[in-house]
Design a protein around this ligand. Structure first.
Ligand SMILES: C[S@@+](CC[C@H](N)C(=O)[O-])C[C@H]1O[C@@H](n2cnc3c(N)ncnc32)[C@H](O)[C@@H]1O
Length: 470
C-alpha cells in the first residue's frame, strides 16, 4: 500500500489548466485525476513526474516544459524556485490578479452558495515588488545547498546562511543575496551583518544541536523613513552582542530603532520574549492620511502599507458613514481601521484579543488626538455579548476583519442577533469568509464585493464585502 502511494509515474505532454489555492498549479492526468504542480503556469505544456499519489489527486513536479504559456514571465529573483516566498513570480501580474479574483469568486460561490452582485474590479498593488514593510530572516550554520552545489562535490569553508527556511525543512536556511520584497536598505543590512559575522567568526545558530549565537534578524521599514532592526541572539555574550549591534548602528545610522532579544528557548518566536532597546526608540512611526501609528517589535501592522491604505479606503467607502453612526470595529488589532474611519463616525468601538495591541491602539488614538474611539480587549466570542452591547450601544455598522480562521460561530450569531444595518467584512481568507457569509445570509444580502491584492507574486488575496440588511 505504502509502496503504491510513492510509486512514481510520468505523464507526458500535460497542459497546465489552472492556478489553484496555495499557489500551486493544476492539470489533469490521463486517468482524469487532478495533478497539483508547483512552479508552472497555466498554459504550459509539461511532462510531470508524480511525487505523491492520493485517492483523488496526484502531487507532481514538471520535469520537462515542452511549451511555455503566454502568461509566463521571467522570474526576477535569483532565488525563485528554491525559496518558497513568491510562487507566482513567473506569471504576469494581470494573470495573477485574474486567478486571485477567481479564487475569491469560486469560494463565495461554492462554499458560500450566496447570491452575489458583480464583483468590483480587483485592486492591484501599485508596487509589485519591494512592497513589504516587515521581513524576518533566520541565521543557520546549515545552509541549504542547491542541486548544482551538491552535484559539484565542492567543499565549502563554512555553511553559514542568513535567509529563509526552505519549505517544510525547519533546519535548512536558503541563503539570500537579494530579496525583492522589502525596500532598501533591507538587503544591505542583511548582507552586511552576515559578512561581518563571518569575518568576525561569530557563530550562526545550529538548529539541530541548539547552539550558536546569532538566531534571527527582523527588519521593519515605514513610509516615514524610520527603520527598526531587531537581532535575536540564542545566548548572552555581551562583547559579541555589542560588536554586532555597534557595527549595525555605525554602518546604518538611518536605523531609528535598534533592538535585541536573548532567546534560549527551542523556538524562535519573540512574542513571549523581553525585547531590549539598544539604540533609538523602541518603536517606529507609520503615517496614513495624517494619522500616525506607532509600531513596536511585536505589533501587528498590515505588511503592505501602501495597499493597506487602499484597503482601508475601500472599507470606509463600503461602510457609507455620515458622521452619525456608532461603528464597531471587530478584530481591531492596533485600532488602525477604527481610527481611519473615526472622522466619519459618531463613535467607534474597537475590540481585539491581544492586550499589547489594544494598549497601542489607545496610545495611537491619543497621539492622533482622536477622542471618539474606545478600545476593549478580550476574546471576541466572550466580549462581544449582550452586556457589552447594552453598555456601549447598539452599532449601526459593524466592520469585521478576523484572522484566517474567520469569525467564531458565536460571533456570527451575535451579529445576526443585534442586526446592525450594515456589515463590512474584510478577510484574508475568502474560504472562511464564504462560510460566514452563508451563515449571515438569512438576514443579510451581499451588495458589494471587491478583492484587493496586498501580496503580489503570491496567491494570497484580501477581500472586502458589504452586507446590508434584507
Ligand atoms: C487580520 S488582523 C486585523 C487587524 C486590523 N484590523 C488591521 O487592519 O490592522 C486580525 C486581528 O484579530 C485578532 N484576533 C484573533 N483572534 C481573535 C479573537 N478570538 N478575539 C479577538 N481578536 C482576535 C488578532 O490579534 C489580529 O489583531
Amino acid at each position: 500500500m505504502g509502496k503504491k502511494r510513492t510509486e512514481r509515474i510520468v505523464f507526458e505532454n500535460v497542459k497546465v489548466l489552472d492556478a489553484g489555492a496555495k499557489g500551486v498549479s493544476v492539470a489533469k492526468a490521463p486517468d482524469g485525476k487532478v495533478i497539483f504542480i508547483p512552479n508552472v503556469v497555466p498554459g504550459d505544456v509539461v511532462d510531470v513526474q508524480t511525487m505523491k499519489k492520493r485517492k483523488a489527486y496526484y502531487e507532481g513536479k514538471a520535469t520537462v516544459i515542452h511549451q511555455f504559456s503566454e502568461d509566463r514571465v521571467e522570474a526576477v529573483c535569483q532565488h525563485f524556485g528554491a525559496c518558497g516566498g513568491c510562487k507566482w513570480q513567473n506569471m504576469n501580474y494581470d494573470k495573477q490578479l485574474f486567478y486571485k479574483n477567481q479564487e475569491v469568486y469560486n469560494n463565495l460561490k461554492r462554499i458560500g452558495k450566496i447570491e452575489m452582485p458583480e464583483f468590483e474590479p480587483i485592486l492591484g498593488s501599485e508596487k509589485q515588488f519591494f512592497y513589504r514593510n516587515k521581513m524576518e530572516f533566520g541565521f543557520s550554520n546549515s545552509r541549504w545547498m542547491t542541486d548544482e552545489e551538491v552535484r559539484s562535490g565542492a567543499t565549502f569553508e563554512h555553511k553559514n546562511a542568513l535567509g529563509f527556511h526552505i519549505p517544510r525543512m525547519w533546519d535548512k536556511i536558503l541563503d539570500i543575496e537579494k530579496c525583492h520584497l522589502q525596500q532598501d536598505p533591507s538587503n544591505a543590512i542583511r548582507n552586511e551583518i552576515k559578512a561581518f559575522a563571518v569575518a568576525n567568526d561569530l557563530e550562526f545558530y545550529n538548529p539541530r544541536a541548539q547552539e550558536g549565537l546569532l538566531r534571527t534578524l527582523m527588519i521593519r521599514t515605514a513610509s516615514t523613513g524610520e527603520i527598526m532592526v531587531l537581532i535575536q541572539f540564542f545566548k548572552e555574550d555581551k562583547a559579541q552582542r555589542e560588536l554586532v549591534l555597534d557595527f549595525l548602528a555605525e554602518r546604518f545610522p538611518e536605523i531609528t530603532s535598534l533592538l535585541y532579544v536573548i532567546n534560549g528557548k527551542p523556538n524562535d518566536t519573540i512574542y513571549d520574549q523581553d525585547i531590549k532597546l539598544y539604540k533609538g526608540r523602541d518603536y517606529i512611526l507609520e503615517e496614513m492620511e495624517g494619522l500616525h501609528f506607532s509600531i513596536n517589535a511585536k505589533s501587528f501592522y498590515q505588511t503592505n502599507s501602501e495597499q493597506a491604505y487602499e484597503l482601508y479606503k475601500i472599507t470606509r467607502d463600503f461602510a457609507g458613514l455620515t458622521g452619525e453612526e456608532l461603528v464597531y470595529d471587530l478584530y481591531t488589532g492596533t485600532g488602525t481601521i477604527a481610527q481611519f474611519v473615526s472622522k466619519k463616525a459618531k463613535k467607534v468601538i474597537g475590540v481585539e484579543a491581544v492586550p499589547e495591541a489594544i494598549a497601542d491602539a489607545k496610545e495611537n488614538a491619543k497621539r492622533n488626538q482622536i477622542t471618539n474611539c474606545e478600545f476593549f480587549v478580550g476574546d471576541m466570542k466572550n466580549v462581544f455579548n449582550d452586556t457589552f452591547i447594552a453598555t456601549h450601544g447598539h452599532p449601526d455598522v459593524i466592520i469585521t476583519d478576523p484572522p484566517r480562521d474567520g469569525m467564531h460561530k458565536d460571533v456570527v450569531a451575535q451579529i445576526l442577533k443585534i442586526a446592525p444595518r450594515r456589515v463590512v467584512y474584510v478577510s484574508c481568507n475568502s474560504a472562511t469568509q464564504a462560510r460566514d457569509l452563508a451563515l449571515l445570509d438569512e438576514l443579510y444580502k451581499v451588495v458589494r464585493v471587491r478583492p484587493v491584492d496586498m501580496f503580489p507574486q503570491t496567491h494570497h488575496v484580501e477581500n472586502v464585502v458589504l452586507l446590508e440588511k434584507r
